[in-house]
Design a protein around this ligand. Structure first.
Ligand SMILES: NC(=O)c1ccc[n+]([C@@H]2O[C@H](COP(=O)([O-])OP(=O)(O)OC[C@H]3O[C@@H](n4cnc5c(N)ncnc54)[C@H](OP(=O)(O)O)[C@@H]3O)[C@@H](O)[C@H]2O)c1
Length: 163
């Protein structure tokens, strides 16, 4: 099972202003990259706060939402241990999974060593304060695989996590 984290960051390193912030500040090029890349993965995992900003399953992908008590139509809601969830997805035939945030979910998978790759797109905005990519102390080294421009204003960084 391969996993990647995919996130858009402000130039000062935030993924949103607050836990209910809509992703209306990201570029159309980033949105296109997100759709193409997550469709290739076939399954996406996100937290309840992030799902509440979207409010509908994203088509053409298995949608898994972490929540302790919510229920939604068209998505699988889970509170499974991340390692067990990935094992059960592998048994169901999924080879690659996209970890789509927010901060709580990125942190939970990263700190357990369950992320192989990061796609970070840097958007030309500054929030000053907000939701960080990760919200607990971590200590990982990365290998920069590629850097490219998604559009005139957006940079895409691709990192592999060194294990
Ligand atoms: N820029 C980007 O690329 C990007 C991507 C994604 C999200 N975001 C932003 O990130 C923000 C949301 O992030 P967030 O960190 O506040 O929230 P989040 O990670 O999206 O969701 C947190 C919720 O997930 C559930 N959860 C967390 N751990 C769990 C566990 N072990 N078992 C079961 N459920 C669990 C809980 O929901 P319950 O309360 O229902 O139990 C928790 O309140 C928003 O601003 C959003 O726009 C940005």
């Amino acid at each position: 099972m391969k996993t990647f984290l995919i996130a858009a960051l402000s130039a000062d390193g935030f993924i949103g202003k607050d836990s209910g912030h809509l992703a209306d500040w990201t570029s159309k090029e980033d949105k296109k990259f997100f759709v193409e890349t997550t469709k290739k993965a076939e399954a996406i995992i996100m937290g309840e706060n992030t799902y509440e900003t979207i409010k509908r399953p994203l088509p053409g992908r298995l949608n898994i939402v972490y929540s302790r008590d919510k229920e939604y139509e068209g998505v699988e809601v889970t509170k499974e241990d991340p390692k067990n969830l990935l094992l059960s997805l592998a048994k169901r035939g999924y080879n690659e999974v996209a970890i789509c945030g927010g901060s709580q979910i990125y942190t939970m998978f990263m700190e357990q060593g369950l992320i192989d790759k990061l796609y970070l797109s840097i958007e030309p905005v500054i929030f000053g304060k907000g939701i960080p990519l990760f919200n607990r102390e971590l200590d990982f080294k990365l290998n920069l695989v590629s850097e490219s421009k998604l559009g005139e204003q957006t940079i895409l960084l691709e990192y592999n996590v060194l294990k």
